[in-house]
Design a protein around this ligand. Sequence first.
Ligand SMILES: *Cc1c(COP(=O)(O)O)cnc(C)c1O
Length: 455
Amino acid sequence: MFPASMMRDDPPGLPEVSELDLVRHYVKLSQKNFSIDSGFYPLGSCTMKYNPKINDEIARLAGMASLHPLQAEETVQGALHLLYSLEEFLKEILGVDHISFQPVAGAQGEMVGLMMIRACLESRGENRHKVLIPDSAHGTNPASAGLAGFDVEEIKSNSQGLIDLDDLKKHLDRDCAALMLTNPNTLGLFEKDILKISEAVHQAGALMYMDGANLNALLGVVRPGDMGFDVVHANLHKTFSTPHGGGGPGAGAVGVKAMLAPFLPKPTIEKKGNVYTLNHHRPQSIGKVSTFYGNFGNLVRAYVYIRSNGAQGLAKISEMAILNANYVRKRLDAVYKVAQDRPCMHEVVFTAKKFKSKEVHARDLCKRLMDYGFHPPTVYFPLIVEEAMMVEPTETESKETLDAFCEAMLSIAKEAETNPELLLKAPWTTPVGRLDETEAVKKLNIRWKKEASPK
Ligand SMILES: *Cc1c(COP(=O)(O)O)cnc(C)c1O
């Protein structure tokens, strides 16, 4: 069929590798990774918990995975029904009136929430330009406020690690658009004055934004809407179980009270009789913030997770998350000082300050933890705690796992006293040793050789 001029003279130079060698190559590569399925992953403020496999099975069904986002609405009624039902569940869980699934990350949810606040204030003819954010906040909060066009004003935490009501009131002037709060905050502490805080903010004509990225302490116990929040985003890829990390995929669902509904991103999902439609005709909407429906696969997983746990199961999640964090707190507090020594919520922040006398820092303790087979906790966050180590055990870990982790932490504390050298060059047993993390990001070198480990 082809003319001779188009035919090659020699066979193609494909690598001659057997299927078995290829399989082994890729399996070995996959085993160099650390994951929740291979070990304990107590990364604070990230909720690295077990993601039930049933979620993936359902998300992979052809009726879910093979849908085309440009299909006509009448051919995707099942998918729209799922999204609509998930919205109903989340409204109940968060105590809000509407949800948008458009944002594909927590940080994008924050930006979208703040854009809605801005649109709402502008529609009232108000030009408030300040967002108040506590010094304990996640770094995405001030970044999102900046992107949404606000100036950020920092609120100092008091000696208990909470918002100081009197100090807050001093910041609540006519320029103030919103207070952006994480509750429980990043120290793992519940803002006990939350009702007084929302009252003061609302009295000043500003709105309440909650960073609900991690809802593990609140599910079925307390609802952001009832605490006085007008906008809240929830990371479905954390609390509602989608495997995440390494940059995605995410779903930062945003919930709002009725007053903000006109400004929701478009389209919104609506139900007329038994028919679901996408409403693109929303004149006051802040617009479209992502393509099509958001990350549909994440939304399917969240739906399955909520349906398989049920209302009581969701409340149990919070009880267990809080119990596990407090168990770790009590087992380690004699050796690692807790930043705020009282019961915590779903995570606990230690400080490794005392090891500084041995020239050992939080990062060294954590690198050594990898030799014991555990993923390190979050370090150097929140910023208000010196040498912070933030542990979020999550509700899905057994007492045996928590005990093994605590034993490792205690053993490392001893090493810091007796053999600090061992920590300063750790980890010794991982595929890659101690890296210059800044340079490693900028100059990836996958052929890097590590030092030989000590006797
Ligand atoms: C994870 C997290 C975020 C950001 O969520 P992304 O999906 O990574 O953008 C924001 N705030 C808090 C408190 C978080 O834990």
